[in-house]
Design a binder for this molecule. Structure first.
Ligand code: GLA
Length: 379
């Protein structure tokens, strides 16, 4: 990377910053409802090789995306990537982060981006890109921002600059996760705690299945779901669906069946996160399967964001003897997680692959998910 950087930008880099992708164990579409999430960091992520610039220009290039060097000023309003060719759209993420952090004292930089995370797999490649960029900019310009606060700023960059209405989970996961643990995050207070999550000790494997069906937060139904949740909260007279304590009463008072289904999912999903944390703290990892299955059914039937390849992967995994599985991320495409006894993992993988082949779908990709460290300077 040092040579590639020098060739592109005509000088030496000052360091490399890495930020991981994430898998959410449980707690889907709860973050923007001020609820709870339980993600962990993946070994895969985004690395940014970088050097400071003092002229307020941020210049970025990507090893994977192509599109040459994109240059933008750190001053200015929101990122107007509309005029950029499609193969440069990814640059809106680092430029957006540079524009928001500029208000906190950072400046320009040259950034070369490299990633080993599959894109569009629902594993937060964009949050990893944002967080690696954020750490690089802070370090290069000697700006110290506490990580929980940095996660909120990076989320703001994605909301306001890139125009994606995401919640806090992905950025917090990338910045705050630690090896061997999941992160219990209260998205209202921002407070988090580490929950031990070691599958191998229990003879279990957590597989990530990239269903190879694509998703797009900006154009998909994500924003629509978020708006429905906000509407339901307003009708129920609460600040956010996290505040619904009497589910039966809330369901009884909502006339719109769509809003009832959304509320049912969010409220029960928050309970499932708390129950899952209880199981993990009690060392009962093997019992997680039932939680994953309940979450998947709720996302499929109440929140209505699952997709055929995800449902088929979960069904095939269960038929092959897995303990549980569910779709992860924003929905409408991306990945599924499956919890299985390690000695059954090969059978589960084969079962899913055979189902995809029978349906004529592209073969799924499998990753093994070990809870890994959060974002850091790596060189
Ligand atoms: C995407 C968003 C997150 C979160 C999840 C769903 O990953 O970026 O903020 O809302 O979807 O849980």
């Amino acid at each position: 990377m040092t040579e590639a950087f020098a060739e592109l930008f005509g000088r030496s880099p000052e360091g490399v910053w890495h930020a991981p992708g994430r898998v959410n164990l449980i707690g889907e579409h709860t973050d923007y409802n001020d609820g709870f999430v339980l993600p962990f960091a993946l070994p895969q992520g985004v690395s940014v090789t970088a050097a400071r610039r003092d002229d307020g220009v941020v210049e970025v290039a990507s090893r994977q995306a192509g599109g040459g060097i994109v240059r933008a000023s750190v001053d200015g309003g929101t990122v107007d990537s509309e005029g950029w060719p499609p193969d440069r759209a990814w640059a809106a993420y680092p430029v957006g982060v540079a524009r928001v952090l500029r208000e906190h004292g950072t400046g320009g930089a040259s950034l070369l981006i490299d990633s080993d995370l599959p894109q569009g797999a629902g594993l937060s490649s964009s949050a990893a890109l944002e967080c690696a960029t954020a750490l690089a900019l802070c370090d290069l310009h000697g700006v110290e921002i506490e990580r929980a606060e940095l996660a909120r700023l990076v989320q703001r960059a994605e909301n306001e600059q890139v125009g994606v209405p995401c919640g806090l989970m992905d950025q917090a996961a990338s910045l705050l996760c630690t090896a061997g643990h999941a992160l219990m995050l209260d998205c209202r207070s921002g407070l988090s705690s580490k929950v031990p999550f070691a599958t191998a000790d229990a003879g279990l494997t957590l597989l990530v299945v990239d269903t190879r069906a694509n998703r797009n937060l900006a154009t998909g139904g994500y924003g629509q779901r978020r708006a429905e949740c906000e509407k339901a909260a307003a009708k129920l007279g609460v600040a956010a669906l996290r505040d619904v304590t009497d589910l039966a009463g809330a369901l009884g008072s909502l006339r719109d069946p769509v809003l009832r289904r959304r509320v049912q999912h969010v409220v029960t999903e928050n309970h499932r996160v708390e129950a899952t944390v209880g199981l993990l703290r009690a060392g009962a990892v093997a019992e997680l399967g039932a939680m994953l299955n309940a979450s998947h059914m709720s996302l499929r039937d109440q929140f209505e964001i699952s997709w055929p390849e995800a449902d088929a992967a979960v069904d095939a995994a269960l038929r092959a003897g897995a303990r549980g599985g569910r779709m992860v991320g924003g929905g409408f495409g991306g990945s599924v997680i499956v919890l299985t006894a390690t000695d059954r993992a090969a059978r589960v993988r084969d079962g899913i692959a055979a189902t995809y082949a029978k349906r004529g779908w592209p073969p799924p990709a499998f990753l093994e998910a070990a809870p890994s460290p959060g974002a850091r300077r790596s060189a």
